[in-house]
Write a protein that binds this ligand. Sequence first.
Ligand code: HSE
Length: 400
Amino acid sequence: MIKAAILGYGTVGSGVYEVIKKNKDIITGRLGDALQVKYVLDLRPFEGDPVQEVLVHDVDIIMNDPEVAIVCETMGGEHPAYEFTRRALECGKSVCTSNKELVEKHGPELIQIAKEHKCSYLFEASVGGGIPIIRPLRTSLAQEEVLSITGILNGTTNYILTKMETEGLAFESVLARAQEKGYAEKNPDADILGFDACRKIAILTSLAYGKKVDFEDISTEGITAITDVDFAYAKKMGATIKLFAKSVKKGDKYYALVAPFIVKPENPLYAVKGVFNAILVNCNMGGETMYYGKGAGKLATASAVVADVLDCARHIGKHLDIRWEDEKLAISPIDGAVRKFFVRVSSTDEAQIQDVFGAVEMFAGVADGECGFVTEEMTEAEYRDKAAKFGSVLSMIRVD
Ligand code: HSE
């Protein structure tokens, strides 16, 4: 019998409890041994909930019980999750987590502690909820050079953009509706400003290249400036708009960016609608692979935590290594990144536009007193200079 404990009986923690209970027979069959949740730690009493049978309020009970081999950290936040995780690993208990903030801030250090104590620190659920992406990067793609990762890594923003596209609504009204229905947080800033996607691409990029990517080094734009007029232009182009979290290796340079992009139907990420997430990974040998599913939600996220629990259960007393050094990966300023740009200007003078931006593909007649165009490829720095020279730029969206 493998014994586990869950720290935090919130949305994900209660999901982990449910997945282990409901899929008990499947798990026993696959493991060749039973998996039991011996303790659930939470300060709340949960009166009348069957979880009370295993509920404890004192973390020492879990840390001091040598029978507990695996701990699921589903508390979220940095403290006390960090201290509890350290303690569990130092006791030789593997930790499986959904806590993206902790993984992003302390991943390399916690992996090292796990290594020293012959246990593991696994975090499949920290990026993309129920989508297997950490394990593919760690195992299936271990032989590859990763050339780029492009992700729709935030369900809230993908839901908002999808609704803006399909219903022709303005950003604010879709956000208000999403909040009413509980799809978007009361304070949605981390989602709509791109910070959530930024932390997630920082983790994926760190794993792809084995070094620490600081999320503060990643240029991040959210979706708050995207309007229904932008979608009208996108429609005219036969395209849509998505919030992409991207990292690219070009020679010996690494670029990373979170920003809205104009996306054409040829891109497999075009079809990712609503709250769904997807990650497209391009490698030097196998080419493109894509990972798709629910990026959040109780059972999807919990299922990914339990996948890690099973991995740890099969390797008790061993360390499952994840290459992620504390050394920083140098992310180059995006000035040197090359791409096309979709630009809206308060002018319809094509000759003047071409004079500054060079050859462009024009999109006129979408809104009064302005036009839109797509440039040829140029660097971000070149685009910025041209936009400053032209002077009446209303908005710009990068083209994927
Ligand atoms: N708020 C996130 C999203 C889920 O909307 O995708 C948690 O990472």
